[in-house]
Each structure stands twice: as C-alpha cells, then as structure tokens.
Design a protein around this ligand. Structure first.
Ligand SMILES: [Zn+2]
Length: 445
C-alpha cells in the first residue's frame, strides 16, 4: 500500500463513497484533486441549487465548521516523501519487536527508536489492526517509519543507520458541510438511506428529537426531516460522519428544530427559542432502531392488544432490545415476580416513578443510581406476557399517567447572555434549514 495514491486508485476511493449525485461526485473529485496538490482552481458549489436532495455546500457559519490542517499530500519536493511505503498491519499479539524482526531490522534500531522520546515509547502499546509503514535504505535497513498516533497525526521516525529522529506530521483533515432531506414512506432508516445518511447518522438525528418524539409509536408515513451535518475527509477520502449542525423533524405535521451550540467546549442542541433539546424524560425508553428498522408505520402499529386492565404502554419489540432509564433517578426495585417477570422501578425527582416490566434480563440493581439513556434491561416476555414487549408505566404522586401525554418538566432555557450568542450562531443555520425545507417541499410536488 502506497502513500501516494495513483489516479485510478483515487477514482476507486471516490466510487466507494456512497454519493448518489454525479454533481456531488464531481465536487468531491475536484476537492480530492486539490488535496493531492494538482491545484485546480475556481470550483465551488452553488448553494441555490434546490434540485439535489444531498449535496456538498459551503456555508458561512460563525462556528468551527470548516477547518483545514496539515500539508496537502505531495506538495513537497522531498524525495523521501514521494517514495512508496511498505505497509504492515499489526496482528493479534504481535509486538513492534516482532514486526522489526520480520522486516529484518536490527534490535539496536528498535532500541534507539524507543529511547528517543515519549511519543516513540508509546510504540510499546500497539494494537492489532494498527498500521506501520516503512521505507528502506538500499541494504534493506530502516530508513523511515510512519505510524498513525491518532486520527489526524503521523509519528515519523527517520533513521540514518546510526541515529533516529522523530517528528509528528499533521494529516490532511477537512470537514465538509452537507445538507440532505427525506420523507418517510416505510421507515426512518430507509428514508435516511435514500437521503445518503449512514444508520449512525439516522440514530444521531433520532436521538436529537428523542425527548419530543416517540420514535417507536409516533412516526408516520409523510414525516419529514432536513439535516445539515458534517462529513470528515482525510487525505481526500471519506473518514467518518461528524456532528449534526442543525435539523428539522416534522412529525405528524408538528415541526421540531434543533441547532448545535457549543458551550464550554461541549456540544449541545437547542430549539430556536433557546430551550435545551435535552429534557428530564425520554419519550420512548427503548432503542427504537431494533424496532423501526423493519417496521412499516402504514400497516403496523407496535402496540400489543392486551385483555387485562392496563396502566401503561406496551412497546412490542424484539427480545433483547435495550431498554433505557427514561430519566435520571435511583433504582428502587429490580426483581422478579409471577406477573411482572423481570422488572425495574426507578424513582425520579418530582415524585415520579417509572416502571419497566417483562425484561428478558435486568441490567441494574436495587439502590443503583441511573442516568437518562442508561440501559437498565432488555426486552423479553417474562411474567404475564404473550410476546416480547416492554410494558412501561409512568406514575406521578402515586397516580398512573399516560407517559405519552403527561405534561413533563420543561427543559432549561439558555441564560440571557448565552441566548444572544445562540441566536447569532443559530440564525444562518435556521434560515438554511427553512430554505431547504421549502426547496424539498417544492421538489416533492
Ligand atoms: Zn402492558
């Protein structure tokens, strides 16, 4: 494997990235060319093209949205840099010592490298799957070694036969802003896929709105989403998804919006009025991806019909679906009974108790403090249950309430000083979201 990518290799890389639009491919391609130093100028994207559902755009947002570090690969004339690398992947239980022996490098070479500094001493702790790259002197001895110490940096060691020199090199990392939209016809995951989103990004989107929308019971055909998010590229290739910058979700005609705002280095999301998206209770206390990945809201409604009097909601879900604590609290019961099967009760603030029945397995103990979203058990059919489901109760001051309609404690709003900053940062994101929404509505007519 070589550092310097050949042209067809690059094309292959680009094809792997699952972009549906030629236009996007072209933009990405152009970007890659620039990254390899073949300075192609004058290419940009027009953010006014409303016909594309997914595309690369440039936004002038006030936050840390687009950054660029390191040197473009190949922008140097240093001949050592243009030489090909030999790559070795660390196998299970393999040490650098073993790799050096396999390469025919001397023990002295390794000793000298390890003795250099604290970065090179880290090489004792290599993991299976790590990649080492080598260049050789004419006699086959080590000339140059390269190792990715983290996502964005290489540790480089040069060796002249007597002395070793270590340096750190920043890799070419670029964050691109993408926008996309989708309408749900059968499932959120399918709509996400059609909009070019990974399942992980769909989960991120859903968890942003998980305090307002019950993604198990309340999603309907015709629900829509708009998303502005980051994609991270390294050395011209897609590396991973970044964060969501802003999102709109229209659920049964009701519109929810969330905008990223970083406070003290921590990413948080707020509604346009400055209220935190995070609230005291989750709408649905279970991982909806186990359910909605193969559920059609048109013909299937995952509520079990039961005959006995009912104090809660039943979420039909596959056995083993993780169940979350709906809010922060303390486990007051974690036990088994003939009717409840494996069950967990949690005491929350404001004299609220939530109850979870029929687990296949409990994941918490009595007396334990739990955080919102923490897994407390797994869906099962223990006790009086015909099929795997979660029976969920919401009790306020000893009275059973419907968890889907009970008024919940309101979320904290930003302080006045932060609110001004938030409004400033949120304005361009909001107008972008709203513009995309009109565009996608127009396109679907
Ligand atoms: Zn029930």
């Amino acid at each position: 494997m070589h550092n310097k990518k050949s042209f067809p290799d690059l094309m292959g890389k680009i094809q792997q990235i699952n972009f549906r639009l030629t236009r996007t491919k072209l933009l990405l391609f152009a970007f890659t060319l620039i990254a390899v130093g073949l300075a192609l100028g004058g290419l940009g994207s027009s953010p006014n093209d409303a016909t594309a559902a997914s595309k690369v755009v440039s936004l002038s947002l006030p936050n840390r949205h687009a950054f660029h570090t390191g040197q473009a690969v190949g922008s140097t004339v240093d001949p050592v840099r243009t030489e090909p690398w030999d790559a070795v992947t660390v196998r299970d239980g393999q040490s650098l010592d073993a790799i050096f022996r396999q390469q025919g490098f001397s023990a002295t070479t390794l000793f000298r490298i390890m003795a250099l500094n604290k970065e090179t001493r880290q090489l004792k702790k290599i993991r299976p799957g790590d990649l080492f790259e080598f260049q050789y002197h004419e006699d086959g001895s080590l000339k140059r070694m390269r190792y990715a110490v983290d996502e964005a940096h290489y540790l480089i060691v040069d060796y002249d036969g007597r002395q070793a020199f270590a340096s750190t090199e920043a890799r070419d990392i670029i964050t691109r802003i993408e926008e996309t939209s989708g309408t749900i016809s059968s499932s959120l995951f399918l709509a996400g896929k059609q909009a070019g989103l990974s399942d992980g990004m769909v989960m991120k989107l859903a968890s942003l709105f998980g305090w307002d929308i019950d993604f198990v019971l309340d999603i309907r055909a015709g629900d829509r989403f708009i998303l502005i998010y980051e994609k991270i590229y390294r050395d011209g290739s897609f590396l991973r998804d970044g964060e969501i910058i802003g999102a709109t979700f229209v659920n049964q005609g009701e519109k929810f919006q969330a905008i990223r705002f970083v406070i003290d280095g921590r990413t948080q999301y707020f509604a346009p009025d400055g209220r935190n998206m995070r609230k005291a209770f989750l709408r649905a206390p279970l991982n909806f991806s186990y359910i909605s990945s193969n559920f059609n809201p048109k013909r299937f409604h995952p509520i079990l019909k039961t005959v006995r009097p009912h104090n809660g909601i039943d979420y039909k879900a596959p056995k083993g679906t993780p169940v979350y604590a709906a809010g922060d609290g303390k486990v007051i019961k974690a036990s088994y009974s003939k009717y409840n099967g494996n069950y967990v009760f949690i005491q929350h603030a404001n004299n609220i108790v939530t109850k979870y029945l029929h687990f296949s397995k409990r994941a918490v103990k009595k007396g334990q403090r739990v955080k919102q979203g923490q897994v407390i058990g797994y869906v099962g059919a223990t006790g009086l249950a015909q099929a795997p489901h979660l029976h969920y109760e919401f009790v306020v001051n000893g009275v059973h309430r419907n968890p889907r309609t009970v008024p919940l404690p309101k979320a904290d709003a930003l302080a006045a000083t932060q609110l001004a900053d938030f409004r400033l940062a949120a304005a361009p994101v909001l107008s972008q979201l709203n513009r995309l929404e009109s565009a996608s509505l127009y396109a679907s007519q």
